[in-house]
Design a protein around this ligand. Structure first.
Ligand SMILES: [Cu+2]
Length: 143
């Protein structure tokens, strides 16, 4: 047998006096509004944080290798590459993302980028650095 929940009290009264009811409701409403505003504010802060802090990915370039030479990104992920070069001036270019940078030895070069849709995106050295330059490349796998 099913038992329905009951709000009826022993004296038969189910509601507080009407004056108290409206006072309580106004208070609850204003409190709900405040909580909603606080939640919205927190959500906005989280969004700002997400925009302000892209993932940092360090890549080292030397003749004729990038380390790492395979990078996995989420679709539309924003990242900040931190690029270093070991021996000579290198270039770091991701043509499909429309970004590139010179990477002189001894410097840490920051390069912001944003991934697109899922797929394979090649990157390469675009400054001639020696006889193996043409094979100096890597792959970003977005997915
Ligand atoms: Cu090169």
């Amino acid at each position: 047998m099913k038992t329905a929940p009951t709000t009826r009290r022993g004296n038969g009264q189910t509601m507080p006096p009407s004056g108290m009811q409206s006072h309580t409701s106004a208070l609850a409403l204003s409190r709900r509004r405040w909580l909603f505003a606080a939640a919205a504010g927190a959500a906005a802060l989280l969004r700002v944080d997400a925009r302000a802090a892209p993932r940092v990915i360090r890549i080292h370039a030397r003749r004729f290798v990038f380390t790492p030479d395979r990078i996995a990104l989420a679709p539309h992920e924003r990242v900040l590459f931190e690029l270093t070069a070991g021996d000579t001036l290198m270039g770091f270019s991701i043509p499909q993302f429309g970004v590139r940078a010179d990477v002189p030895p001894g410097a840490v070069v920051q390069l912001a980028a944003e991934a697109g849709d899922a797929g394979s995106v090649p990157f390469l050295c675009d400054i001639f650095c020696g006889s193996g330059h043409e094979t100096m490349n890597g792959m970003i796998v977005v997915g």
